[in-house]
Design a protein around this ligand. Structure first.
Ligand code: ADP
Ligand code: MG
Length: 673
């Protein structure tokens, strides 16, 4: 059985309306161990025949058999395996990969055979040394002469065994000395058992072969030197084959991945500016998503935390509401009403808001503020902390002493920052008292006559124990509850009160009970309420919406970065078409090519993602260092997700270029300059 057999093989190209018959019904057989020269003028179909023989191209008609198997029945991966394991190509223009050194180029076919890197290098080195290139292992193709480059390509052809050497005009680009060396080498290889198929238009070159096939217009016109006349060797390709011919599935996968990563790294390094710019796109995208999510997250949790700690479980109720006719003055809440509410389930405490507007004077300065009655629990109740001085003693609370505690705002108004208010006496005139007792009259306000001022001693200052400090309107001054009732406002009623829930019932239910009971007591719904929890929920929905919106804006930046990567990868594929062709000629499968470009895109995006993640982390640290209102934390989980997302972007946007690269046909890719 012939090693290679062609039966009526034709290869036609259609260019518009014109049909070119590059091969026209070729039938021939080549035995193992032959040295065949294919001769013919330029355009006679030699290269086309060579490509068909080397499984780089498919015939349009006819059968191509190798070892009796029909190559037409084989899939792309099986054809790649044939190229990898049986054939060794030598091209006129060498077709070495420019970014790999001599050893790397020679070793390339073994990569796709799954040979480990140490074994690969050792064999490539041995081959190159035998070909006289021991001193040139680490030279790139552009640092080698034509003859040397052609010897590297011979080493590459022999790497996986090279049972059948296909050489297309191997001496065409060489000077006569190098050409002669080349021919001597081919003869040596033939003597060692390799089948040689040499394409040439030069009769003196063809004379080295034992059989000459001449083509004209795609047809065999002469076939001299018969296979039977040639001593056909039993093929000892074993000594030439690499020690580790085929790695196992896992080993091959490992070699494949390592090569793809190394190639990706080399190619990214080879185009630094381009790599940097596409990385930048991804970095900006990732950094914007991470920062926006972290920032909005921090703002939300700070704001919501404050809000919740201040407002949770609280309901404020005050008299009057928008449904009442204008000018209506609903009655204040009587203390017995508050007592009734205290009995309701879910209610922990009810605090009457005892407060009146007043004018406070110190020397020439005065301030409008609200005076509130306070007891021992007020600091906790109103989330205040003592800033200077002290709070009311038990004695002062019990005795109705004329002492007073100022909050931040009223302290500022009266004392500025220059003077300590502690121990100073201020004059308090209640405007409510001063205007003649107000609309409802204040029968109990006996202590302070109209327009009179009462002296109070400032014993302390407080400030809000929260970063959000809800400061509506005027500042506050606190006096002991008893003092408040005795001296300022003795009505057994309040205009507003707050309810603290005990969380045994849902807030809505407590509010429903409260409203129901109050309406029953007062005969009408002539009050309003504000519930911390329902406000909190409304606010949460609102901020969640905003956070999502912002994250969406960040994601658009990431999308733009991804499109940039896809664009660059497509450019890269078309720039490196010849490289893809070379890799396929030495036996890369479509999957190998796809993996290579996909990994390149993913590596690019991962690097970009890492930089983006690093920037957003540094940004968060910097922000935390310069301010303390907002604690921006970028969690490891967020960084991990960002990194995964950028890899995902690489995967998604690398797919199209990778598929395009893998779908290239080997001949077309090789022909591209
Ligand atoms: P040789 O190698 O002997 O110079 P080729 O095999 O390269 O000849 O080409 C044989 C014929 O096929 C020529 O006429 C050439 O123009 C044509 N040909 C080769 N490749 C293509 C192609 N990809 N598309 C169209 N025509 C082609
Ligand atoms: Mg040619």
């Amino acid at each position: 059985m012939a090693l290679i057999e062609l039966r009526g093989v034709s290869r036609r190209y259609t260019l518009g309306d014109i049909e070119v018959r590059a091969l026209d019904g070729i039938t021939l057989a080549i035995e193992a161990g032959e040295y065949v020269a294919i001769m013919g003028q330029s355009g006679s179909g030699k290269s086309t025949l060579m490509n068909v023989l080397g499984c780089l191209d498919n015939p349009t008609e006819g059968q191509f058999l190798i070892d009796g198997h029909d190559a037409g029945q084989l899939g792309p991966d099986e054809l790649a395996a044939l190229r990898r394991e049986r054939f060794g190509f030598i091209f006129q223009r060498y077709h070495l990969l420019p970014h790999l050194d001599a050893r790397g180029n020679a070793a390339l076919p073994a990569v796709y055979a799954g040979v480990g890197s140490a074994a690969r290098s050792a064999r490539a080195q041995a081959l190159l040394e035998r070909l006289g290139l021991g001193e040139r292992l680490h030279h790139k193709p552009n640092e080698l002469s034509g003859g040397q480059q052609q010897r590297v390509s011979i080493a590459r052809a022999l790497m996986n065994g090279g049972q059948i050497i296909l050489a297309d005009e191997p001496t065409g680009a060489l000077d006569s000395t190098s050409g002669a060396e080349m021919l001597a080498l081919l003869e040596e290889l033939n003597a060692a058992g390799h089948t040689i198929i040499l394409v040439t238009h030069d009769p003196t070159v063809a004379a080295h072969a034992s059989r000459v096939i001449e083509l004209r217009d795609g047809r065999v016109v002469k076939d001299e030197g018969t296979p039977s006349g040639h001593p056909v060797l039993a093929l000892p390709s074993a000594p030439e084959a690499p020690a580790v011919q085929k790695g196992g599935g896992l080993r091959r996968l490992q070699v494949q991945w390592r090569e793809a990563l190394a190639t990706a790294w080399l190619s990214l390094q080879g185009n630094r500016l381009r790599t940097f710019l596409s990385m930048l796109g991804i970095s900006i995208g990732i950094a914007s998503v991470v920062s926006i999510v972290a920032l909005t997250g921090a703002a939300r949790s700070t704001f919501e935390g404050e809000f919740r700690s201040t407002m949770s479980g609280k309901i404020w109720i005050w008299r009057g509401n928008s449904k009442l006719p204008p000018g209506a003055q609903p009655p204040s809440f009587r203390l017995i009403e508050l007592d009734a509410l205290r009995q309701l389930p879910g209610v922990a405490s009810v605090q009457g808001e005892r407060q009146i507007p007043a004018l406070l004077r110190h020397r020439t300065r005065d301030a409008n503020l609200n005076v509130r009655g306070a007891d021992a629990g007020t600091l906790i109740e109103r989330k205040l902390k003592l800033e200077a001085g002290r709070f009311f003693s038990a004695y002062e609370l019990a005795d109705g002493a004329q002492v007073l505690v100022l909050d931040e705002q009223s302290r500022q108004a009266l004392f500025k920052d220059t003077e300590s208010p502690i121990g100073k006496t201020v004059l308090l005139s209640s405007s409510a008292v001063g205007d003649g007792g107000g609309a409802e009259g204040r029968p109990g306000a006996t202590a302070a006559p109209s327009g009179a001022s009462l002296p109070f001693v400032v014993i302390g200052t407080v400030k809000a124990d929260s970063q959000l400090g809800f400061n509506f309107g005027n500042g506050n001054a606190y006096v002991p509850e008893r003092t408040f009732i005795q001296r300022l406002d003795s009505r057994p009623a309040v205009d507003a009160f707050s309810v603290q829930m005990d969380f045994t019932l849902p807030p809505e239910e407590v509010l429903r009970h409260l409203t129901h009971r109050l309406v029953a007591l007062r005969g009408a719904e002539n009050f309003s309420n504000w519930s911390g929890d329902s406000e909190f929920r409304k606010m949460q929905d609102f901020t969640a919406g905003f956070a999502a919106l912002f994250a969406g804006v960040g994601a658009i930046a990431l999308l733009v970065g991804g499109v940039g990567v896809m664009n660059i990868m497509l450019v890269s594929v078309s720039e490196r078409t010849r490289e893809i062709g070379i890799r396929m000629a030495v036996g890369a499968r479509q999957g190998d090519v796809r993996l290579q470009f996909l990994i390149e895109a993913v590596v690019l995006c991962c690097l970009g993602g890492l930089v983006g993640v690093a920037f957003s982390w540094l940004g968060a640290q910097a922000l935390n260092a310069v301010q303390d209102k907002l604690l921006v934390s970028v969690s490891w989980a967020a960084l991990g997700v960002a990194f995964a997302v950028s890899s995902g972007v690489g995967l998604v946007f690398g797919t199209v270029p990778a598929r395009r690269a893998a779908a290239l046909s080997p001949v077309d890719a090789l022909a591209r300059e």
